[in-house]
Design a binder for this molecule. Structure first.
Ligand code: AP5
Length: 240
């Protein structure tokens, strides 16, 4: 067992509350959200994963979202907020959850605050029930490399990178042997619109959390394990 996997030992005794991971496409939100999920046993609520699942299952939501996602644009706030509302109402979110890819627009951030306000009103909880908002800051060229090199397992969802985190056997998942896939929106022509959507629509969300004193920015250029340690420390300090 490596030193890192030792430090990943599960920590299930604490209420984590809501954690929001912000950052541009390729910043490492999914990678880090999975590690938080494994350590604290709280669910990763990834709006991108839920949307991709719906696209694959050809649900009404998937049909509505597919073309928008393929262009690298954002799905409408109404659809995404309703999807998140349903997901957060499930029992496994009681001790906390990690939001990966949400909120992504100013209206989504306002909607989330209202949702948490309601919960607090019905069932008063200490202020630490407010989300911990962590933004991963990553250099632009590094983002391009990370997105272009990403592969993922269609079965277990594990994320790899041909440059930074290759599987043991080329293009094959270490865990279950499935053939790795490249995401449809990781095509070169879609990467730029995704990064532009982040600048135009999601950067103001970070500004909003900054203005309200809730934003914690960390250096997402660091190696994955270093970033993980920073995130664990923030969560544990917040809930100490
Ligand atoms: P979504 O799935 O949320 O994609 P994204 O935000 O573009 O983020 P990514 O998944 O590309 O990157 P990531 O930050 O998770 O990085 P990862 O850990 O994989 O959204 C997809 C689409 O769905 C959107 O474009 C939109 O259409 C729609 N959508 C989703 N949410 C929505 C919302 N709220 N509202 C409206 N529409 C919405 O890492 C990337 C790569 O880098 C991997 O290969 C990884 O191995 C590697 N890596 C990670 N960390 C490091 C590190 N520290 N060092 C080196 N390599 C690293």
């Amino acid at each position: 067992m490596t030193q890192f996997s030792n430090s990943m030992a599960q920590e299930t005794s604490r209420d984590v509350g809501p954690v929001v991971l912000l950052g541009p496409p390729g910043a490492g939100k999914g990678t880090q959200a999975k590690r938080v999920m494994e350590r604290y046993l709280v669910p990763q609520v990834s709006t991108g994963d839920i949307l991709r699942y719906n696209v694959a299952q050809v649900t009404d939501l998937g049909v509505a979202a597919q073309a928008v996602m393929a262009r690298g644009e954002l799905v409408s706030d109404d659809l995404v907020c309703e999807m998140v509302r349903q997901r957060l109402s499930l029992k496994d979110c009681k001790r906390g959850y990690i939001l990966d890819g949400f909120p992504r627009t100013a209206p989504q951030a306002g909607w989330l605050d209202a949702l948490l306000d309601d919960k607090l009103f019905d069932n008063p909880r200490p202020t630490r029930a407010w989300p911990i908002v962590i933004r991963l800051d990553v250099d632009y060229n590094q983002l391009l490399l990370r997105i272009a090199g990403r592969r993922s397992c269609p079965t277990c969802g594990r994320i790899y990178n041909v440059h930074f985190q290759p599987p043991l056997v080329d293009e094959v998942c270490d865990v279950d042997g499935a053939k790795l896939v490249t995401r449809n929106d990781d095509r070169l022509e879609v990467i730029e619109p995704r990064l532009a959507a982040y600048q135009e629509q999601t950067a103001p969300v970070a500004d909003y959390y900054h203005r309200t004193g809730r934003l914690i920015s960390i250096n997402g250029d660091l190696p994955m394990d270093e970033v993980t340690k920073l995130i664990f420390r923030i969560i544990e300090d917040h809930n100490a």
